[in-house]
Design a binder for this molecule. Structure first.
Ligand SMILES: Cc1ncc(COP(=O)(O)O)c(C=O)c1O
Length: 425
């Protein structure tokens, strides 16, 4: 499919969210939200949302308000402003809990992001519960954030790491996982959605097979939370992490959710203010979760921004976002799949992410030429070098969608790639 077919030449519009496309429908009914994103000029196709999402005005407003009229510290102040800020900060925590189906706000730990959340689990739960001879199961497609913290733990404890292979179309192979899992496995840690392939994990099945051998399931939800409705209770996982900045919120704030009983039993990791009960030089006792895991002055305004981001995304509806991005993915895959020098990676039904390679052209050159065409994609290993090794490439080009994208962005991408092919013959 090319732009001449007329399918890709939608124009950018602005306004209130429109109706989502019906399942199976090829055209992407516009969400019409570009006007909410002041950092995206109308002639720029921003296709790097998997790296970080642009921010809608309500998030920018919440951050600005947080610093200009509402700013104060939390938890410690005896004055009204600080008490108000504490209420707002804790309201953000409660909002996150509702958003992902946590039982209580106390199951929500604010972190700096998904990376910190996984390190926290590795260094507290992992360090306490895992010993030499225990095994954990990761997959070939994991982000380095879900590999390296476990290697650090392995070096300290002597645990073994097994790697679940992928299906030919780039999903975590749960049949293989089931066959690999043994009672020695104490943890399965998988990406809910791959940041390179967009493949969506059957998380409920992953939970079933992990629990069948007594292992816990950690889901890296970085790419899932902006694209799928996530309900940790329905998924039946044990740990869930994500980053605020990929969910249209600020950088520097993220979430670790864990079952209350797991958090209760986990020792602290960072020591300092806010995480204590009583400190003496002889001994210190610690606050209950989540405060136990939040040493120091937190990212107060980040929490307010995340609250606004969740309100924004929920206002559109995750089902509508998912359907819309799926339609854009279909258009992109059809258009690129029709070009004989383009290789597509990942499954047909990838969530919002299309990785590809143009034969004979380094992805960085693809990215540079696309940038000249005002199309921003990501080119590189996407912090997934083991996956690149598996795919047999040093890097891929990756287009990833957000609520602000339209068919015209797909058309711009296709035009840009046609230029890449002309330049490189
Ligand atoms: C699947 C996945 N996991 C983890 C991360 C790490 O997120 P952060 O750098 O925000 O901690 C990313 C970011 O690209 C990701 O896509």
């Amino acid at each position: 499919m090319s732009s001449e077919t007329g399918i890709l030449d939608g124009t950018r519009t602005t306004g209130v969210a429109g109706s989502p496309p019906r399942a199976g429908e090829d055209r992407a009914a516009p969400l019409d939200l570009l006007a909410d994103f002041p950092a995206i000029p109308s002639d720029w196709a921003y296709l790097d949302t998997a790296a970080t999402a642009q921010k809608p005005q309500p998030v920018i407003d919440a951050i600005t308000r947080g610093y200009d009229t509402a700013y104060a510290t939390v938890h410690r102040g005896v004055y009204a402003r600080s008490a108000d800020m504490t209420i707002a900060y804790e309201a953000a925590r409660a909002r996150v809990a509702r958003f992902i189906g946590a039982r209580t706000a106390d199951e929500i730990v604010f972190t700096r992001g998904a990376t910190e959340g996984i390190n926290l689990v590795a260094q507290t739960w992992g360090q306490t519960n895992l010993k030499a001879g225990d095994r954990i199961l990761l997959s070939t497609l994991e982000h380095h954030s879900n590999i390296v913290p476990w290697q650090l733990l392995r070096d300290r404890t002597g645990i073994a790491i097994d790697v679940c292979p992928l299906t030919p179309d780039g999903r975590i192979d749960l049949d293989a996982a089931e066959a690999m899992l043994t009672p020695a496995h104490k943890l399965v840690a998988f990406a809910h959605v791959s940041n390179v392939l967009g493949s969506v994990l059957d998380a409920k099945r992953a939970a079933r097979i992990a629990h069948a051998v007594g292992a816990k399931l950690l889901l890296d939800g970085c790419q899932a939370v902006p694209r799928l409705g996530v309900d940790v209770a329905a998924l039946d996982c044990d740990f869930y992490v994500f980053s605020g900045h990929k969910l249209y919120g600020p950088t520097g704030i993220g979430i670790l959710w864990a079952r209350a009983e797991l958090l209760e039993a986990m020792p602290p990791w960072h020591g300092g203010g806010a995480m204590i009960d009583r400190v003496t030089f002889a001994a210190t006792t610690y606050a209950p979760p989540p405060a136990r895991f939040e040493a120091g002055t937190p990212h107060i305004v980040g929490a307010l921004g995340l609250h606004a981001a969740i309100d924004y995304v929920d206002g559109i509806g995750l089902a509508a976002i998912h359907a819309y991005e799926a339609a854009l993915v279909r258009l992109t895959r059809e258009a690129l799949g029709g070009m004989n020098s383009v290789r597509l990676f990942g499954p047909e039904d990838s969530a919002g992410i299309v990785s590809f390679a143009v034969e004979g052209v380094h992805p960085h050159d693809v990215g540079t030429i696309l940038d000249e065409e005002r199309v921003a994609i990501r080119a590189g290993h996407h912090c997934a070098q083991p996956l690149m090794d598996h795919l047999g490439v040093p890097a891929t080009a990756r287009a990833s969608f957000g609520v602000y994208n339209g068919e015209n962005d797909v058309a711009a991408l296709v035009r840009g790639i046609e230029r890449v092919r002309r330049i490189f013959g």
